[in-house]
Write a protein that binds this ligand. Structure first.
Ligand code: MG
Length: 160
């Protein structure tokens, strides 16, 4: 068994889609970034890479590489899963916190969990996603950014 932790933050800007956990959420702004800027997917990627001691998302998918421009972060997560599986690991569970002042994420949580569970190859009951505001404090609290933190557990499995 090995654990990993991941964190990411992206700026909220006009003229971008808001994508969280591979799911598009209708909102007046979206997250700025080289890819689709899915902070939740990015934090899970980093947690998985951390658990397997495989570096971080920036080393595998550098934002200087045009190949990753506008790419779906669920595709990056699939690629990370392939690396983790190559090392013989399978995911046990994921627990994430999304820090966003707005929009309210509660209506989307179960869809996001389903989507992530599919890519991670585990049941929805092993993917926990929680949403928090920052009580009006700091850049997230002022609505300037959305952040995500994730912890994963992986184990050496068979046949994966
Ligand atoms: Mg990121």
């Amino acid at each position: 068994m090995r654990t990993g932790i991941g964190y990411d933050i992206h700026r909220l800007v006009e003229g971008r889609k808001l994508i969280l956990g591979g799911f598009e959420i209708v909102f007046e702004r979206g997250l700025a970034g080289h890819s689709d800027a899915d902070v939740l997917a990015h934090s899970i990627c980093d947690a998985l890479l951390g658990a397997a001691c495989l570096g971080d998302i920036g080393t595998h998918f550098p934002d200087s590489d045009p190949a990753f421009r506008g790419i779906s972060s669920m595709e990056l997560l699939s690629n990370v899963m392939a690396l983790v599986r190559e090392r013989g690991y399978q995911v046990v569970n994921v627990d994430s916190v999304v820090l966003a002042e707005r929009p309210k994420l509660a209506p989307f949580i179960s869809k996001i969990r389903n989507r992530l569970a599919g890519v991670l190859g585990i049941g929805t009951g092993s993917v926990s996603i929680k949403a928090k505001t920052c009580e009006g404090l700091d850049a997230i609290g002022r609505g300037e950014a959305i952040a995500a933190q994730s912890v994963v557990l992986i184990s050496l499995g068979q046949g994966k």
